[in-house]
Design a protein around this ligand. Structure first.
Ligand code: UDX
Length: 435
């Protein structure tokens, strides 16, 4: 099929290469000409496992091209995917301006029947709004159908999820557009849920709000475990073995971040308010997360009354491992708190981006763990990068000003820390004081 994807951000790029790999002709339209050039030269604009090879493969097979020219791309296509950003506004509502701008633009070039598919996360009722906007712009009703097709990709595992995901959700109105979507997705062999657009739009928010709630729930249990001497991993294991619950998303830590959970939880709360359905549970999940992500600073302040001029080493800046994304990363909130309190910050992240260096030029960035620890008073592990499991604890004991670790992702062993007289705090697996 001839597919046009608008937006070469995370979702748009993964969608483009995945459909191209499946034998479709894909044109990905992106406003930013630097991104277009980079992608046409097979240089990915984001880090994602497997993306570099797949991009080369699709470009060599001429299955994909990138352009900033929208008109021709729309005219040539049977299906148009909208994958532009829908960030949160300050009041929690979803900012739809990029979607509307995109619809206004494509309205000018719809020369025959096309299926317009919304991949961006949008409030319930958006499909209807988009339909009305196309009609208002003079596009004949016979020339389009609008589909809601939310994505459930995890960063770092996005290609895997596209090809082997648990489900595909299609919100449709006409049988014609349903058949086209069925043809497009059938080769993936993933269960497809066909439903009405409102249901499809709500499924995305429901999934992300539920998973966020699961994380905040286990984090609250972890905080209690620390107080009563229980072990959160064992609690989570037993809980997850119950088939009605599942073991996934029960890993405690310093909270969730990223481009979806924080945005979609407040997005759902805002939708609920509009319809007089207050989401008290989701509100609590958000407020637990807001507190959870700065727990390391609370621990520091229990240990030292004042952290002014103390040097704190942050290990991990990205919101999770396997990505270079720092959006809504708990580490950013920790940095803000530490700076407010006058601490000096060292940082090491295997994927540190220039973006964070621009936001926080006064942090000392290092390119290895050991150098980042020298002369530091405390380590806070913020991200679950695998290499942090192998931190040399003898080096920590011998080379830090104070051997003190706050393990925000439960990467290390309390017993190993105890053996070396290191002060160590976990999230829900106890703590030990060194001397
Ligand atoms: C998420 C959803 O999983 C995906 O379906 C959706 O479409 C986009 O948002 P992503 O943001 O890439 O994907 O990351 P995910 O792996 O889901 O983790 C989100 C956050 O939750 C991370 O900060 C992670 O560290 C945290 N998390 C996850 C936990 O704290 N504990 C867990 O058990 C799982």
């Amino acid at each position: 099929m001839n597919i046009c994807v608008i937006g070469a951000g995370y979702v748009g790029l993964i969608t483009s290469v995945s459909f191209a790999k499946m034998g479709n002709n894909v044109i990905c339209v992106e406003k930013n000409i630097e991104k277009v050039d980079s992608l046409n030269n097979a240089i990915p604009t984001i880090y994602e496992e497997g993306l570099d090879d797949l991009l080369i493969d699709c470009l060599e097979n001429k299955a994909i091209s990138f352009t900033n020219e929208l008109g021709d791309s729309v005219k040539k296509s049977d299906i148009i995917f909208i994958a532009v950003g829908t960030p949160s506004l300050d009041n929690g509502e979803v900012d739809m301006s990029q979607v509307y701008e995109c619809i206004n633009e494509i309205s000018k070039y719809i020369n025959r029947y096309k299926v317009i598919v919304n991949k961006s996360t949008v409030p319930v009722g958006s499909q209807n709004y988009v339909k009305n906007l196309l009609t208002k712009n003079g596009v004949p009703r016979d020339n389009f159908d609008v589909i809601s097709n939310p994505e459930f990709l995890r960063e770092g595992k996005a290609l895997y999820d596209f090809f082997y995901g648990d489900k595909i959700v299609i919100g449709y109105e006409s049988q014609k557009s349903k058949n086209i979507m069925n043809l497009l997705y059938k080769p993936f062999n993933i269960p497809i849920i066909f439903t009405n657009p409102e249901t499809a739009e709500l499924i995305k928010y429901t999934s992300n709000a539920f998973l966020s709630t699961k994380i905040s729930f286990i984090n609250e249990i972890a905080n209690l475990c620390n107080k009563v001497g229980a072990d959160v991993d064992t609690v989570a294991l037993a809980l997850g073995l119950d088939k009605r619950i599942s073991p996934e998303f029960l890993k405690p830590g310093i909270g969730y971040g990223g481009s979806c959970f924080p945005k979609d939880t407040i997005g759902l709360i805002s939708i609920g308010e509009k319809y007089d359905c207050p989401f008290e549970i989701v509100k609590s999940a958000v407020s637990v997360n807001n507190k959870q992500r700065i727990i390391p600073v609370d621990i520091l302040l229990e240990e030292y009354d004042d952290i002014k001029d103390k040097t704190i080493t942050l290990l991990g800046l990205t919101f999770k491992s396997g990505t270079d994304d720092i959006r809504e990363s708990p580490s950013l909130y920790i940095i803000e708190e530490l700076l407010k309190k006058g601490a000096s910050i060292n940082a090491y992240d295997p994927m540190v981006s220039d973006e964070i260096k621009e936001i926080y030029p006064n942090i000392n960035y290092f390119d290895n763990i050991k150098d980042s620890l020298l002369e530091s008073e405390c380590i806070i592990i913020c991200t679950d990068w695998e290499e942090f499991k192998g931190i040399d604890l003898d080096f920590v004991k011998d080379n830090m000003k104070e051997a003190f670790i706050i393990d925000g992702r439960n990467m290390l062993s309390l017993d190993e820390a105890k053996k070396r007289n290191i002060t160590y705090y976990s999230i829900g697996k106890g703590h030990t004081k060194g001397c």
